[in-house]
Write a protein that binds this ligand. Structure first.
Ligand code: HPA
Ligand code: MG
Length: 219
């Protein structure tokens, strides 16, 4: 049967690859369960997402909005692929970039969130905004972010996320462009962090208990 989903689903029984089959920094060797998505596969999947984005936007300019910090690798790699297509095909899409930082405050019942822009968010008025995020977990942050950005009157807003987590207790939010749906495990690497560690790992991996304890902020 043909897969009609527009993203790759990694099932709960999928265990990826053993660590010793790939190059992983020595300082993380004891902290990871397995390699979930090797860097090469991430790269190939992003190339395909870039093609879909170009086809959808046709000649309309896009403002790529990177959600820092976790989104920075996906953002630069996705934009590089879009730029390569722009150089080498009949159709091309003008690109502008912008960056935001999103902070959620847990422990507050209202689920407060602040969004800080590097430039003034008023710049998004009348633009086709493409939000670029590393992971959508519960979906709550993204729904809130969309609500906030709508106030700046962009022409359109779409969301590209490299990963979403499959979880029972989420909002079920699905981005317009998605790389992979992953099991409900804590993943790190390719700019995804655990307490600021593991951003310097190029594959997406599942952290193990040793890693969680080693890099916990509660001591
Ligand atoms: N890894 C890193 N950051 C995250 C995750 C995850 O699994 N879920 C939400 N933010
Ligand atoms: Mg993020």
């Amino acid at each position: 049967m043909e897969n009609d989903k527009k993203y790759i689903v990694l099932g709960d029984d999928y265990k990826g690859y053993p660590l010793n089959m790939f190059c992983v920094p020595k300082h993380y060797e004891d902290d990871l369960e397995h390699v979930l998505i090797p860097a090469g596969l991430i790269n190939d999947r992003i190339e395909r997402l870039a093609r879909e984005i170009i086809q959808d936007f046709r000649h309309e300019a896009i403002t790529g909005l990177c959600v820092l910090k976790g989104g920075y690798k996906f953002f630069t790699d996705l934009l590089d692929k879009i730029k390569a297509l722009n150089r080498n095909s009949e159709e091309s899409v003008p690109l502008a970039v912008d960056f935001i930082r999103v902070k959620s405050y847990t422990g507050t019942t209202s689920g407060e969130m602040t969004v800080t822009g590097i430039d003034n968010l008023e710049n998004l008025k009348d633009k086709n905004v493409l939000i670029v995020e590393d992971i959508i977990d519960t979906g709550k942050t993204m729904i809130k972010l969309l609500e906030i950005l709508q106030k700046y009157n962009p022409k359109s807003i779409k969301v590209a996320s490299l990963l979403t987590k499959r979880r029972a207790s989420g909002t079920g939010f699905k981005p317009h462009y998605l790389g992979f749906e992953v099991p409900d495990k804590f993943v790190v690497g390719y700019a995804l962090d655990y307490n600021e560690y593991f951003r310097d790992l190029n594959h997406i991996c599942v952290i193990n208990q040793h890693g969680i304890e080693k890099y916990t902020t509660k001591k």
